[in-house]
Write a protein that binds this ligand. Sequence first.
Ligand SMILES: [Zn+2]
Length: 350
Amino acid sequence: MTRPQRPRAQRRFNLPILWMMIPGGLIALAVFTMSHAIDAAAWEASRWLLSIPARVSSPIPAPESSPTEPPAPSPTSTPSPVPTGMPIPEPSPTVPPTPTPYPFFQEPLPPADGQARALRVPILMYHYISDPPSGADRFRLDLSVRPSMFEAHLQYLRQAGYETVSLSDLIFYLTQGQPLPPQPIVLTFDDGYRDAYEEAFPKLQRYGFRGTFFVLTGRADEGDPRYLSWEQIRQMSEAGMDIQLHGREHIPLSGRDEAFLFYHIIGGKQSIEAHTGRPVRFFAYPSSDYDAGLLRFLEGYRFWGAVTTAYGADERLENRFVWPRIRIRGTDDVGKLAWKLSLLKTEPDP
Ligand SMILES: [Zn+2]
């Protein structure tokens, strides 16, 4: 049986189409190779990360050196599907760009010198620094410190001789005795509301203070106008503010499995580190909800500590994943702030 001869006109017509398919095929190949390389990079990074033990049995992980960057991913190449017998164009001198590994920090706790130390540094907890909207419910009122009142707080703290430090500074003191100022204080701001950039940030700068901001990365990813944007977070970080993690979303995290925690906590940590280039070492539990599994998770992934909303000032290495704080309420004027700080000096935690 013989194949019927194609008409001459059709043969002439097919040749240009085949020629047009070559550049098209090469573009498709380039796109496929690049996306494959990006997938490979992401996979290598997560595989590297997953290889780090998530469970540490001792309360304090033994210091050991760890890589600060994932191994450089190698883009894979795929065989070319160019049909034989066709003229092959000269290979292009440009190669697909190698994906830049994003910064990812896995820092062990600084090695402890073996000396037992304890601190009673006030860690203040603010939320909104803005006038509450009209019709605000009692929760919103309670969480909102007016900008003028916040400024009065800062003025008082400076006059009283307080100097702001970071949570990392507390860890460096507890592990290695690195000196702290005579009257250290940590100013924390939860939830990463937009007013952290508009009100808290410029006022802190004016008083030469450093704030610690526990942000929600999901809100920044979505560009929610009520919360900090990545650009604002980056600017604050570059100006010396400490950006730490409150979670991807504001959801309770006790009783969750490892994959869930990995997505919400390690995902959030990596996002902040990629945007700021600085390590995320501390976590603030959303709604102060935590359990033993969550503490083990944070410790296993080399967080240095975490803060709750429980009242007190008791910082030691042993309790560093449940450090208490002093809640600042919307009704707290300078007198109340001074009173709360004085209680820490005279009374033990409940
Ligand atoms: Zn919160």
